[in-house]
Design a protein around this ligand. Sequence first.
Ligand SMILES: Cc1cc2nc3c(=O)[nH]c(=O)nc-3n(C[C@H](O)[C@H](O)[C@H](O)COP(=O)(O)OP(=O)(O)OC[C@H]3O[C@@H](n4cnc5c(N)ncnc54)[C@H](O)[C@@H]3O)c2cc1C
Length: 467
Amino acid sequence: MKKIIIAGAGHGGIAAATLLAREGFDVTIYEKKQRNELGYDQVDSVHLDGFERSGVPVPEQYMVHRTGIAFRLPGQAAAALKQGVKEGTMNVEIPRKALYDWIIAPAEEAGVKFVYGVTVEGPIVLGSRVAGLKTSEGDVLADLVIDAAGVYSPVRSNLPESFGIQQSPAKYEVLHPRRYFFSRDPEAGEPENVYSVTVLPTPFCGIMWAIVKDDEVDVLLASFEDLGDEEYEEKLAQLKAVTPQIGELKRGGKLPDIPSRQPLSMLVADGYAAIGDAAFMTVPLKGSGVGHSLRAGKMLAETVIADKNGFYNRETLWPYQVRFFEAIGHGSALMAVLKNELPTITLDSLEYIFTAGIVSPELLEQFGSEAGFAKILMNSGIKELTDMGKKIVGHQALRRTIMRGASGLGRCKLVERGMKEKYESRTATKWAKNYDAFFASILKRSLSEAQRIKTGIADASLPEDED
Ligand SMILES: Cc1cc2nc3c(=O)[nH]c(=O)nc-3n(C[C@H](O)[C@H](O)[C@H](O)COP(=O)(O)OP(=O)(O)OC[C@H]3O[C@@H](n4cnc5c(N)ncnc54)[C@H](O)[C@@H]3O)c2cc1C
């Protein structure tokens, strides 16, 4: 019987484990937390697709009508732009702990073994192959290691450089969130919008949301900068001033970092496959981290099952990489191109975006759908952005940002063509190198532009559009 071990009880790892155990594989998950500590104070919004396309049953008791997001400018109460939502669109809103119960019970039933309270310290590498895991309880060998240990996975971070798998996310590739729950002030009446998001331009660089529920207000603040308490408190005060429903603080604080970047260029190696946040599969604000992980779990399990010889090497695991990128990864990478421009967005350009009709409610509706926005980017994103950029005659800095985004999308699409369906070592390595170099270059460029803006050498002294 082939032995598969999984680092961390991440959602995608559990989904893959369940399908593999049902096929007779010997599967063990090593998780550093205790069972009752899994999950945290968080209600996840998950697209139905995430369940339907992964084979995990939809938790129908948590299905709700999807609410459109109202986007606000910093310090303003009224929405500057509202996301359209097709009538009757359903979504799953499930507490994180209930989600774990939902996916762990069938995994255990299928025969997956969960070992709690054991910390994975890194991979065991023999030659060019991952042969097992070093854990706090000793070494464990296996035929395949699945890495589901999240954004700072000690497995991925400790792979030798020769594997060509990026070890750590760069600065601006993770959001640092804080979540607070307040009582709801009954005197304040009904909110104009249940779910509002404020985009926070540079230098805070992030988002904050307020979700006004029947009995409490759920607030999230997340920045790409790892800022101190003072900055967060200042933003919180700003949010309170425009959200009268926010009452007394009940609980809250820091939460784990959320990856917000392109997926890992190389998901597989000999004896190794990465999934979920360990492979940077989430796109924040889209309700996609869980869904993408569950769907990838199915793709990975099917790929492993198809390898009848049990090689589990880069070549036989490659179809997992190809399927993931075709269905999800290429679209997420294009979104990451646009996200990388965020550090260059000033309050002034943000106001312009919201007030000059540059982003339509329909476009935002596409952003909210599982595949919609990615599809736009894949099909015609460059043209749409270029047209947008041309229309912005009155705002040089923003026009530059948009044109850079359009040019980035074009270059990204070219780079992405380098990933071939059929595995061949040289082309696969070349693809990963080009993809990583491309994203490193656009991030570097955007950060140096942001620095220029911050130090005030901005707009006027910049040359006319480079792109
Ligand atoms: C504040 C916040 C809000 C979010 N909102 C949503 C949302 O609404 N919808 C959505 O779809 N997604 C949301 N996400 C993203 C979502 O949580 C992830 O994308 C998703 O959980 C996939 O991550 P994962 O399961 O792979 O990793 P994780 O959730 O990070 O799980 C990794 C597991 O590995 C364990 N682990 C880590 N290191 C070790 C180690 N050394 N040894 C053993 N075990 C280890 C961890 O304890 C953890 O159990 C949110 C994330 C955050 C932080």
